[in-house]
Design a protein around this ligand. Structure first.
Ligand SMILES: *Cc1c(COP(=O)(O)O)cnc(C)c1O
Length: 397
């Protein structure tokens, strides 16, 4: 295998196409898919060497695989992270970070507005191991500081957050984490490394669901953890090797190849989402539009300071609550009703009855998930067609 000549000197768009590439002696231009679970050795001595670590090379695809390595290296280059490990899903990445680094007696502080499954892990699974938590309003820096205890080892947040697109000040929370010697872990699924690189603002660990914008075409699950070498060596690497949430080389190959177009796709998602948000803001039956780069977003200045674009998700509220929201969804002719996001296809979901159905009603309202709220993941179709579809669907509301 040969590797690329001078990675690190390249700009992000180039790294998305070229970062981490390895070539076999066939000198293939496109990255090869190594669909193999094991690797043969020239001799028993070589096998011994690989297991002691004295000889370089692969041993078993639960530990690592050349296609997976290429995906990890490209992600690390894009996030500006020293190390990356890919996992079978975004949730395998999130739970891998928690379970590899935390132990009985530790405490986690998390922002309330959080992907439902992440909340479940913190609220239901970690307590079984004696790991406690406090949830705070992510936008209120004083609450973060007040929630810190001598046992706090990890701070966890996503920004922009699902589904209200609330922005958390990464620099300010990183400062609180540093003061306590705790890790700040950021779920960067909504922004992708093209729009936001949390490590540049002081985050210690970044996690991704590569199922979303990185795949970008709604095909395969995957996750990525990005961290420093010591976190990898002391916590993550032994945990992942022995518990086995490994990504399939096939899924890693899909996501590796998807990174080649991530920059172009994110630009298009942002451009269309901004147009759709402006269109929705002009509609009488829409009472509220949330989009990070619109001036009426409560934190749009912070969003512009942390992000290179507003992202592909627009959240809005229709007048008339759940009944009106359902009528709108049921009248859509182009946009799909689905709870996924980050697909080339535009997708709409009603958070109250789907993604946030199991959150208790009081907590749901605190998160801003009202009965009339709809989340739209703007895809890569012509935005004029999306606006026409929304316009005709709004007629029936
Ligand atoms: C989808 C998602 C996850 C979970 O990822 P999976 O790939 O579905 O396991 C975690 N966090 C955020 C913000 C997500 O959107």
């Amino acid at each position: 295998m040969t590797t690329n000549k001078k990675p690190g000197k390249w700009r992000a768009r180039t790294l998305g196409v070229r970062g981490g590439q390895m070539r076999t002696p066939f000198q293939e231009t496109s990255e090869p898919l190594f669909m193999t679970s094991g690797y043969a050795y020239e001799s028993a001595d070589e096998a011994e060497g690989r297991f002691t670590g004295a000889a370089p090379g692969y041993q078993y695809s639960r530990y690592s695989n050349p296609t997976v390595t290429m995906f990890e290296e490209r992600m690390a280059a894009l996030e500006g992270a020293p190390a990356a490990r890919a996992t079978a899903s975004g949730m395998a990445a999130v739970s891998g970070v928690f379970l590899s680094a935390l132990k009985t007696g530790d405490h986690v502080v998390g922002a309330k507005a959080m992907f439902g499954a992440c909340r479940y892990v913190i609220e239901e699974i970690l307590p079984r191991f004696g790991i406690t938590h406090t949830f705070v309003d992510g936008g209120d820096i004083d609450q973060w500081a007040a929630a810190m205890t001598p046992g706090t080892r990890m701070l966890f947040l996503e920004t922009p957050a699902n589904p209200t697109l609330a922005i958390v000040d990464l620099k300010a929370v990183a400062k609180i984490a540093d003061k306590a010697g705790a890790w700040l872990v950021v779920d960067n699924a909504f922004a992708s490394p093209v729009l936001q690189r949390p490590m540049a603002f002081g985050a210690h660990v970044v996690v991704h669901s590569s199922t979303k914008y990185i795949d970008g075409q709604g095909r395969a699950l995957g996750g990525v953890i990005l961290c420093k070498e010591d976190f990898l060596k002391d916590h993550l690497q032994p945990f992942l090797r022995n518990t086995g949430p490994a990504i399939s080389p096939f899924n890693a190959w899909l996501h590796l190849k998807s990174l080649e177009t991530l920059d172009l796709r994110m630009r298009a998602h942002c451009e269309s989402a901004a147009k759709v948000a402006d269109f929705l803001a002009g509609q009488k039956k829409i009472t509220r539009v949330l989009y990070p780069f619109r001036e009426d977003h409560p934190q749009h200045k912070l969003a512009r300071a942390q992000m290179a674009g507003g992202g592909g998700v627009v959240t809005f509220e229709v007048d008339g609550g759940k009944a009106a929201a359902f009528r709108l969804e049921n009248a859509l002719q182009l946009i799909d009703v689905s709870n996924n996001l980050g697909d080339a296809k535009s997708i709409m979901t009603h958070p109250e009855t789907t993604t946030h159905q199991r959150v208790n009603p009081q907590a749901r309202l605190e998160l801003g998930v009202t009965p009339g709220l709809l989340r739209l993941s703007v895809g890569l179709e012509d935005p004029a067609d999306l606006c026409e579809d929304l316009e005709q669907a709004l007629k029936g509301v």
